[in-house]
Design a protein around this ligand. Structure first.
Ligand code: SF4
Length: 147
């Protein structure tokens, strides 16, 4: 039998309680991809050394700040670096990432004001993966093109 292709997936979508608020963001549609692909769960913020629960954070340009104003850019960059290393080591075909996150968001993220407003842009990890040429999918995208 042919080996299944491998996908990197935001761990919270697969049920890991790694979100800032200690919850998961389970996605049945993403979990169903496990029938066709080998799924590699990663949480960039945990890989970057952050703990759960933690204060929410948002991107402000190249920086990431917590809701109390603390700059957490270094942890987010370390998480991106380690996630990219996993993606390369596992030779992933694509990454399926959690919407709007300052790490994982694809194309639209919170705007850095902690007001719920969104802006165009990627989370830090999504940006690193995109620069490395890895195809990115938001959790709500149509996965029909994946094979
Ligand atoms: Fe989920 Fe990504 Fe946030 Fe981790 S960093 S909790 S995988 S959205």
């Amino acid at each position: 039998m042919a080996k299944k292709a491998t996908l990197l997936v935001s761990a919270c979508l697969l049920g890991e309680r790694c979100r800032y608020d200690g919850r998961a963001s389970e996605s049945p549609a993403v979990q169903a991809l496990g029938k066709r692909f080998e799924l590699v769960p990663v949480c960039p913020e945990i890989l970057g050394g952050l703990t759960t629960p933690r204060l929410p954070a948002e991107r402000r340009g190249l920086r990431v700040v917590r809701s109390d104003g603390t700059d957490v850019s270094a942890a987010f960059r370390l998480g991106a670096e380690r996630t990219l290393a996993v993606a390369r080591e596992r030779n992933v075909a694509a990454a399926i990432l959690k919407s709007r996150s300052p790490s994982c968001g694809v194309g639209r993220i919170y705007d850095g004001t902690f007001s719920g407003r969104l802006r165009d842009g990627d989370g830090i990890t999504a940006e690193w993966l995109r620069c490395a040429g890895i195809p990115l999918f938001d959790e709500n995208d149509d996965f029909a093109a994946l094979n």
